[in-house]
Each structure stands twice: as structure tokens, then as C-alpha cells.
Design a protein around this ligand. Structure first.
Ligand code: ME8
Length: 544
């Protein structure tokens, strides 16, 4: 409920390549949740994002680019930061794992693990997948010919090549946490959503849970945080990366104000790290596991996985130029279904945003604010004679009586705010948007049905009905504008400003729809509309 603390996180992004639309999607999901919670109550709430800069993968990417890891990190981390600023991701903290505050947190965390007797040194022998930065068992790999046709061992899950490694490492006693993890999950059935991913994690816990190698020999991996007290070893990049969530919460000094009110947004490929390794590591140092893990699936492009070798990696900045920031935000959040992979292609974006933002929403605003239909430019008065609460409508002029469908519209929009909130809380932002769009279409139907442009302002009864039709339409738009703020903040601002709704009138508590119908005073009646600044959303050109 309002007034509750929340702390949302995105994954921190690897800097071995520039951001693509999948990364942006992760960040937008978290941003929309963060903004939505801000509507419910002023917080305190935080949204952390950042970059994951250590590890063999980055070390190798820098070597391949002929640059130093530090330079590569500065450059690519900057690209992510710029992208998220441009995308209106409302982060309150941007962490880089190369920062001193993080090194200190990771070393403290390591020392805490060691202090509890949960680390031991052993010879690790097994497969390592550098692109995925993870250790794999024999059952997790397969053989496949490489580009030259030579047999090559790859990860079953990602298809990336693996290498045999044999070295002395620190091991974390992960196996001791199999039962505690099961108990935690069984006692918190909603901790991982959507539900199918919760089942996947439970299934994993039915299998063997071997101890986890949590360091690499320094001779192989220099680009990382050294093990405290053992300069021959570097801390495994995933332990380093996961601790970022504690760093931004203020660990080791000030995290108690925020921990464990932490809600992670993660892609399905990193679920095991967040739903098994991370909770186990937290329990190991005596901290609670996260309250919530939201999992999303992946974007493909024209049905194919994005990859450098296919050359089909979609640049989000180019998408913003083509579709506008809000247009692309809307597309990703409206079409992205966390349960399953979704496909991106140009025509799909254009069709969706033209139909829903430019035509349905923008068209509606344009029609009900046009000077020809509302020459005084004010929020017109609602007449309770035209819309009567209850089924026995008072008899007025035939032209002035609301129809059964109109009452259905009012009921739908009355229900909408709670419906939208419920969907947000269940990580179904796409369904929240679907329900808003359904109402927008219903409102268009209402406007069309009563054809207010045919009503005559000089006839008092007709004027009364005309004003009421406009008032109801503006009220609908006001509700949609408030509810769309988390997804299309700039467009929602433009819409609400055009209606004359002040910035302090745009929170969840302002979502009382059509107060006059409910017998309450309406603060907007008679108020001057905001200035006309042109079409709400530009129609996008279809590519030739
Ligand atoms: O995994 N569609 O970083 P990362 C949707 N550094 N989401 C996608 C995607 C796609 N095609 N491709 C990637 C890492 N993602 C680690 C995280 S957190 C402590 C450390 C998502 O840059 C992916 O699922 O490879 C993940 O959630 C995020 O982008 C970062 O991926």
C-alpha cells in the first residue's frame, strides 16, 4: 500500500557490447514499476541500475578491441547511462562495479562468508563458459561443430563455447542451502513471478546442488576484485555482480533501512543466479532473501535471436529516433509479455503506436478539445440530469439521455485504476495497457455514438448534453493520462497539460473518475484547458 518502502533493481549490464533493445526492456520494466509505485504514494522508493564491469569476458573484450579494460568500461558504461537517461528511466542510483564503494562491499561480503565458515579452498575441475561467465556440469554441455566444422563443446542452454578449467579455487558451500532455499520458496509462493518461473526454480532445487566455485586464479583473471587476504585469487564475477544490490542499499553500513525490501527485475537467462545463488549467499551472511523477483523473457528480431554474428542487433537509440522515446517505450511494454519471448519488427511498432497512441488516444483528445466543438476552451460542466446514478434515469429531452452503453463506459473507467494497479503489482504491465486501450476505444465509441458535433449550443437542452458528453470524455482522458504516466511519461504529461490538470493533480489519489456523477464536487469544471501544442502523438511513417 501507499507509504511503503520499495527498492527496485534492474540487472547490471555487461559492458562487453553496446546496449540493445533487450537491455532497454529490462530497464523499462523496472522504471514503469517504479513510476507506478510513485503514483500510489510518495515513497520512499528507489530504482537502481548500472553496469557489471569485471570478469574474463570484459578482460577479453578489451584485449580484442586493443584497449584497456578500464577504458572499455568507461566508454560502454557511459553508453548505458546515456541510453537510460534518454529513455527517461528514472533511476535514483547508477552503480558501476569498478567503484570503490562496491569493492569495499564485496570484500566485506566475502569476509562475512569466510567468517561463517562457508568458504573452502579446493581444486575445481570442470567446464567454464566465458560468454555466460558460468561453470557448467557435464549434463549441461553438448558437442556441436564450430564454423570450421571442428567438434566443439558448447553450453546446452546458451549454445556458447565452453572450456575445460582446472585450478585451485575458493568454493562456497551452496549445497548446504538446498533445504533452506526450498523452505523459503515454499513459504513464499509469490516471490518469483510470473508463476511458471517459480516452478522452474523449484524444479532446479529437486536436482543436485553442488558447491559453487567463487573465485578464479589471479593469473587467469586480473580484471576483478582480489580475494581479501589472498592475492593469488580474484572473486568470481557473479558474486561480485550480485553484491551490487547490497552496495546500492548502503552495505555494509546503512543497508538495513532498505534490506530486504528489494525487488529484482531480471531476464530469464539469469534466473538461477538470482533465485538460487543470490538468496543462498544472502542467507549465508545472515540477510534475508529478496522480497520479489520479477522475471521476463527475451526479444527476438524477425523471429531470430539477436546476435553480433547475424548483424541483427537492434540499437535502441535508432529506435527512439524512428518511433520517438514514448512510442518505443509503449511498444516494448505493451507487446512484451514476461512469460514468453516476443518478436520485434518495424511494421509491428508502427502499426501499434499509430493505432493506439496517434489515432485512438491522440484522435480522441483532438476531437473533444477542438475549438469547433469546445469554442470556450474550458472543462465543460457535467449535468446530472443527463447521467443519473442508478437505473431509473430521469426523463429529459430525448437527445440528452445517456444510454445503457454509456453507463457501461462509466463503470469500466471507474474500475480501471484498481485493475491497472493490480496488473502492475502482478508484473503484467502489458495487461494494464491492454485494459487502458480497451477503455480508450470505448470512449471513442461513446463520442462517436453521440456525435456532439451535431448538437446545437443555442438549444439549452442540447447544450447541456453536449457539455456533458465533452465533460465525460475529458474525464476519461484525465484518468488515462494519469494511468499512462509510468509507461509514456512525456505523452501523458502533454495530455494532462492540455486538459489543464496541474502536476500536483496527477497521483493515484486524483483518480476519482467523474466525481459529479458520484455526487462529489469536480475541481476541474469551468477551468481553462491548457494550451494546444499540436497533435498528442505524431503518426509514424510506414517504411517504403
Ligand atoms: O546478464 N531480450 O548482463 P547482460 C530481453 N551482467 N532481455 C535481454 C535480451 C533480449 N534479447 N538480452 C539480454 C548480465 N537481456 C549480468 C547481470 S545482475 C547482478 C548481472 C537482458 O548485459 C538479460 O536477460 O548480459 C538481463 O536481464 C539483462 O538484459 C542484462 O544482460
Amino acid at each position: 500500500g501507499p507509504g511503503r518502502r520499495w527498492f527496485l533493481s534492474t540487472p547490471i549490464f555487461y559492458v562487453n557490447g553496446p546496449p540493445h533493445i533487450g537491455h532497454l526492456y529490462s530497464a523499462l520494466l523496472a522504471d514503469a514499476l517504479h513510476r507506478h509505485r510513485g503514483l500510489l504514494g510518495p515513497g520512499p522508493g528507489r530504482l537502481a541500475t548500472g553496469t557489471d564491469e569485471h570478469g574474463l569476458k570484459i578482460q577479453q573484450a578489451a584485449a580484442a578491441a586493443g584497449t584497456s579494460p578500464a577504458e572499455l568500461c568507461d566508454h560502454v558504461s557511459g553508453l548505458f547511462r546515456d541510453l537510460f537517461s534518454r529513455a527517461a528511466v528514472s533511476f535514483t542510483d547508477f552503480i558501476r562495479t569498478t567503484e570503490p564503494r562496491h569493492r569495499r562491499a564485496v570484500q566485506c561480503f566475502w569476509t562475512a562468508l569466510q567468517g561463517r565458515g562457508l568458504l573452502y579452498k579446493d581444486f575445481y575441475e570442470g567446464w567454464y563458459c566465458t560468454p555466460d561467465e558460468c561453470f557448467l556440469t557435464q549434463a549441461q554441455i553438448t558437442e556441436r561443430p564450430d564454423a570450421q566444422g571442428h567438434p566443439c563443446k558448447v553450453s546446452l542452454e546458451s549454445g556458447h563455447q565452453v572450456h575445460w578449467t582446472k585450478e585451485e579455487n575458493y568454493m562456497f558451500k551452496l549445497s548446504e542451502f538446498q533445504e533452506p532455499l526450498r523452505k523459503w520458496l515454499q513459504g513464499n509462493r509469490h516471490v518469483i513471478s510470473p508463476e511458471p518461473f517459480y516452478q522452474v526454480v523449484l524444479q532446479w532445487l529437486e536436482e543436485d546442488l553442488p558447491d559453487l566455485s567463487v573465485s578464479r586464479e589471479r593469473s587467469r583473471l586480473q580484471w576483478g576484485i582480489p580475494v581479501p587476504g589472498d592475492s593469488t585469487q580474484t572473486i568470481y564475477v557473479w558474486v561480485d555482480a550480485l553484491v551490487n544490490y547490497l552496495t546500492v542499499a548502503g552495505y555494509p553500513d546503512a543497508h538495513h533501512a532498505w534490506w530486504p525490501a528489494v525487488h529484482h527485475v531480471v531476464g530469464k537467462d539469469i534466473l538461477k543466479f538470482h533465485a538460487i545463488y543470490w538468496p543462498a549467499l544472502l542467507m549465508a551472511v545472515g540477510l534475508d532473501p529478496p522480497e520479489q523477483i520479477y522475471v521476463h523473457s527475451h526479444w527476438t528480431v524477425h523471429g531470430q535471436k539477436m546476435s553480433k554474428s547475424l548483424g541483427n542487433v537492434v540499437d535502441p537509440v535508432a529506435c527512439f529516433k524512428q518511433y520517438t522515446v514514448d512510442g518505443f517505450r509503449y511498444f516494448l511494454l505493451r507487446q512484451g509479455v514476461p512469460e514468453r519471448d516476443c518478436d520485434y519488427y518495424e511494421e509491428k511498432v508502427i502499426k501499434l503506436v499509430n493505432s493506439e497512441l496517434a489515432d485512438a488516444l491522440g484522435g480522441l483528445l483532438n476531437r473533444c478539445t477542438a475549438p469547433s466543438i469546445n469554442p470556450s476552451g474550458i472543462y465543460p460542466h457535467f449535468s446530472a440530469l443527463c447521467f443519473r446514478k442508478g437505473s431509473d434515469h430521469m426523463d429529459v429531452e430525448a437527445s440528452g439521455r445517456a444510454l445503457a452503453e454509456d453507463y457501461e463506459l462509466v463503470a469500466s473507467v471507474d474500475r480501471l485504476p484498481l485493475q491497472v494497479t493490480d496488473y502492475f503489482e502482478h508484473f503484467q504491465i502489458y495487461k494494464a495497457l491492454e485494459s487502458v486501450v480497451a477503455c480508450v476505444r470505448q470512449t471513442n465509441g461513446f463520442f462517436q455514438r453521440h456525435a456532439p458535433w451535431k448538437l446545437c449550443r443555442d438549444n439549452p437542452a442540447e447544450k447541456c448534453w453536449l457539455d456533458t458528453v465533452l465533460h465525460v470524455t475529458l474525464e476519461c482522458l484525465r484518468i488515462y493520462g494519469i494511468l499512462l504516466q509510468p509507461v509514456i511519461p512525456a505523452t501523458a504529461d502533454k495530455l494532462l497539460s492540455r486538459l489543464g490538470i496541474k502536476p500536483e493533480e496527477r497521483a493515484f489519489t486524483d483518480l476519482t473518475f467523474l466525481p459529479r456523477y458520484h455526487g462529489k464536487p469536480c475541481p476541474f469544471e469551468g477551468r481553462r484547458l491548457g494550451p494546444d501544442t499540436g497533435a498528442l502523438f505524431p503518426r509514424l511513417e510506414t517504411p517504403r
